[in-house]
Design a protein around this ligand. Structure first.
Ligand code: ZN
Length: 213
């Protein structure tokens, strides 16, 4: 990838993460206007945390620290991991787009795990910042609220129905809006930040919320 390429990847064989410079720009917004909440979610959670988590998703976890395919997990950890990720497969299998097309929870699992793990890591990192500790409200939004909105902003976009249909059938990434609504509805702090209550669209029953780490 070139520095200006807007992408990132994790390569398990090399135990390598690559983050081109372009991933750290918010298009159309000068750096001076970005607060830590937005940076830690827009770039931190959705890219750095996401790629780190690929090393421990359903595929990446099968590679050891030298990039070789070898089973280095304990049986107990493997069983727990499979139990928890099964819940995530069900979560995404149940999302329907374009009236009748279900997301393929199994095919998108690695990316969905990486999104959730990236958010958990990104939020943990954000908690270390002065902005989070001071709790200062900016434009009426708390630091936590700005973090979750910054993440949503990173996936802002539009697709034509035809492109969305093709994506659901062929792409291992869930559609953008589900890369936001899916993992956020699993995370406790998101509920607390916005006071989400039962009956609201983003609410998931507590026993259906996925928590892997
Ligand atoms: Zn990914």
């Amino acid at each position: 990838m070139t520095p200006q390429t807007y992408n990132a990847y994790y390569n398990p064989s090399n135990n390598e993460i690559v983050l081109p410079a372009a991933m750290f720009i918010v298009p159309g917004v000068p750096d001076s206007l970005l607060d830590d909440a937005v940076i830690y979610s827009y770039a931190g959670a959705s890219t750095i945390g996401h790629e780190m988590t690929h090393g421990f998703d359903d595929q990446g976890r099968q590679y050891d620290e030298k990039g070789n395919l070898s089973d280095w997990w304990t049986k107990h950890d493997e069983e727990k991991f499979n139990e928890r990720t099964k819940l995530m497969v069900e979560q995404f299998d149940n999302y329907v787009v374009l009236d009748s097309m279900h997301i393929n929870g199994r095919a998108t699992l690695g990316e969905n795990i990486a999104d959730l793990g990236g958010l958990v890591i990104g939020f943990d990192a954000f908690k270390q910042t002065d902005q989070y500790k001071e709790g200062k409200v900016i434009n009426g939004l708390t630091p936590s609220q700005r973090f979750w909105l910054g993440y949503a902003y990173s996936w802002l976009g539009h697709s034509r129905p035809e492109a969305l249909a093709q994506q659901v059938l062929t792409d291992v990434h869930s559609p953008n809006f589900l890369r936001v609504n899916g993992p956020l509805s699993d995370i406790k702090n998101f509920y607390e930040a916005f006071g989400i209550e039962e009956g609201q669209p983003m609410w998931r029953q507590p026993d259906k919320r996925v928590k892997i780490w």
